[in-house]
Design a protein around this ligand. Structure first.
Ligand code: ADP
Length: 499
């Protein structure tokens, strides 16, 4: 058994908790009941002492009467009373009191004598109780002594023993110097009640302990089964089964965790699908120029030697297709690099300077198209971020604007401040994007039909790269377009340092 598992820990904690709870309830109850029993024993012992006192007085009076009736008087009568009382226990003891307790009479006939036993009845305790007895004789007042009680906790587990309750009762007996009646009471009935509670207490305690362990085990099994579900699902996801989901029913922490994990699996599945689509698209895009090149190589092999014109055409086609492949590889590399988890810098830079640079580069590349360029002007507009990555994103947008705008058209790159953001607008007077394509243009490999026919058309990766850069910079990009009139991309960037 592993002690670090939830099951083992819950079992240990609940067992300790149940033991502590049931133990303290049991001990508390026993101690309370036992205290009550002790108090009852003290009271009974007191009553027994009073009854014994009365019985002794009655016996002395009766003895006196008998002495008088026998014609004895004075010293002789007192000596006769002393003889009668010390000879044997008075009848009241034999007839009833002996069932309640045990008694012993100790007398001293003359001053200076020790108290000696006159009689005893009912098996008095062995303890002679000398000191208390002598004390009672000396002071003439009853002395109580409760010796022999064991601690209550021992009584709880072994056998109840509330002790012996003895009262040393001084009695004045004519003809004797001193007399003390020891009245002892053993609370056997109370001890029996206490002993009787032990078994039910054990049984109830065991049932309670077992019950709480069963409840704890049930609750643990329920929680563990949910965790097992989570584990099985995680294992399935681990081996690539992404269509599996965890049960989300219930309003508890495990259901919350299941919901979070399901969201995580959703995301994984989406990423996985996107990645598969991306690989399929990339392979397809690469396959097209490769097929072209192989076709022209076959043509060259078959007829290239005899037909110089055909040879020239095939070589330039191979050149075109291989350039296209090189461009695709470079685009793919840019995309992968843009999505790598590299830190974006956070420096203060002038967006207008970046825009001027982007525009100047585009103008150089598209010199032959005779486009009319509008830039952001001479002033500066500062913000925080990574100027190189933003230049890359704006470069893609401006490149597209130039690419999809016919000769003599207009391309503008302007900036403005709007509260805590900088808005960069890239507008052209080009072919435009059909409305149906607008929601998809930022997807990888997505190309509008209008651009497919264009010689200059790319692979549909540029806008995906640009959007990713802008997203990571804490910005947003939107597009609007009118077919035949032009397209406008609006980039909104935060001015202050991003998180
Ligand atoms: P590409 O390399 O094909 O240009 P992009 O991701 O940059 O890939 O653009 C995706 C598609 O969006 C393009 O194929 C094109 O159809 C359309 N597009 C992007 N910018 C413009 C624009 N300024 N004018 C017209 N169409 C555009």
């Amino acid at each position: 058994m592993r002690f670090s598992t939830i099951r083992a820990r819950v079992a240990i904690v609940s067992a300790v908790f149940a033991l502590a709870l049931i133990g303290s309830v049991a001990v508390g109850t026993y101690v309370l009941v036992a205290r009550g029993m002790r108090a009852a024993a003290v009271e009974t012992a007191g009553r027994l002492a009073s009854a014994s006192d009365r019985a002794m007085q009655n016996a002395i009076d009766a003895a006196y009467e008998r002495a008088n009736r026998a014609g004895l008087e004075g010293e002789a009568a007192r000596a006769d009373v002393a003889r009668q009382i010390t000879a044997e226990p008075p009848a009241a003891f034999e007839q009833g009191l002996v069932y309640e307790g045990s008694f012993s009479l100790h007398v001293a006939e003359h001053p200076g004598d020790d108290l000696g036993l006159a009689w005893s009845i009912g098996d008095p305790p062995h303890d002679p109780g000398d000191r208390s007895r002598v004390e009672a004789a000396r002071t003439g007042t009853p002395v109580r002594a409760f010796p022999g009680a064991q601690p209550l906790i021992v009584g709880m587990f072994v056998k109840a023993d509330l002790g012996v309750y003895t009262t040393h009762l001084p009695i004045e007996i004519p003809g004797l110097y001193a007399a003390v009646l020891d009245v002892s009471y053993v609370p056997a009935a109370q001890e029996e009640i206490l002993d009787g509670t032990r078994l039910p207490m054990y049984i109830l305690g065991s049932i309670g302990l077992l019950g709480s362990l069963l409840i704890a085990a049930g609750a643990t099994r329920w929680a563990i089964s949910l965790i097992e579900d989570l584990r099985r699902t995680a294992d399935s996801v681990d081996v690539g089964m992404l269509d599996i989901r965890l049960p989300e029913e219930g309003d508890n922490e495990v259901a919350d965790l299941a919901r979070s994990l399901n969201r995580l699996i959703d995301n994984l599945q989406r990423r996985n699908e996107a990645q598969t689509r991306f690989i399929a698209d990339a392979s397809h895009e690469l396959a097209t120029p490769v097929a072209g090149i192989r076709g022209y190589v076959n043509i060259l092999r078959a007829w290239g030697a005899e037909d110089p014109a055909l040879q020239e055409e095939a070589v330039s086609a191979i050149d075109r297709e291989s350039r296209r492949m090189a461009r695709l590889c470079s685009d793919l590399l840019s995309l992968i690099r843009s999505e790598e988890q590299v830190e974006f810098r956070q420096i203060r830079y002038d967006i207008n300077a970046v825009c001027r640079e982007v525009l100047a580069n585009a103008a150089t590349r598209y010199l032959d198209k005779g486009l009319e360029y509008t830039g952001p002007g001479d002033g500066s507009l500062w913000l925080h971020g990574d100027p190189d990555r933003i230049e890359e994103a704006l470069g893609i947008l401006v490149d597209n604007a130039c690419k999809y705008t016919p000769e003599g058209g207009r391309v503008s790159l302007t900036t403005r401040r709007s509260r805590d953001r900088i808005i960069v607008t890239v507008a052209d007077s080009g072919v435009g994007i059909p409305e149906a394509d607008l929601p998809n243009v930022f997807e990888r490999f997505y190309r509008s039909d209008l651009s497919r026919s264009q010689e200059t058309g790319g692979f549909g990766l540029g806008l995906a790269i640009a959007k990713h850069i802008i997203d990571v910079s804490g910005g947003t990009v939107t597009v609007r377009s009118v077919i035949g009139q032009g397209t406008t991309f609006e980039v909104s960037l935060p001015r202050q340092r991003g998180k």
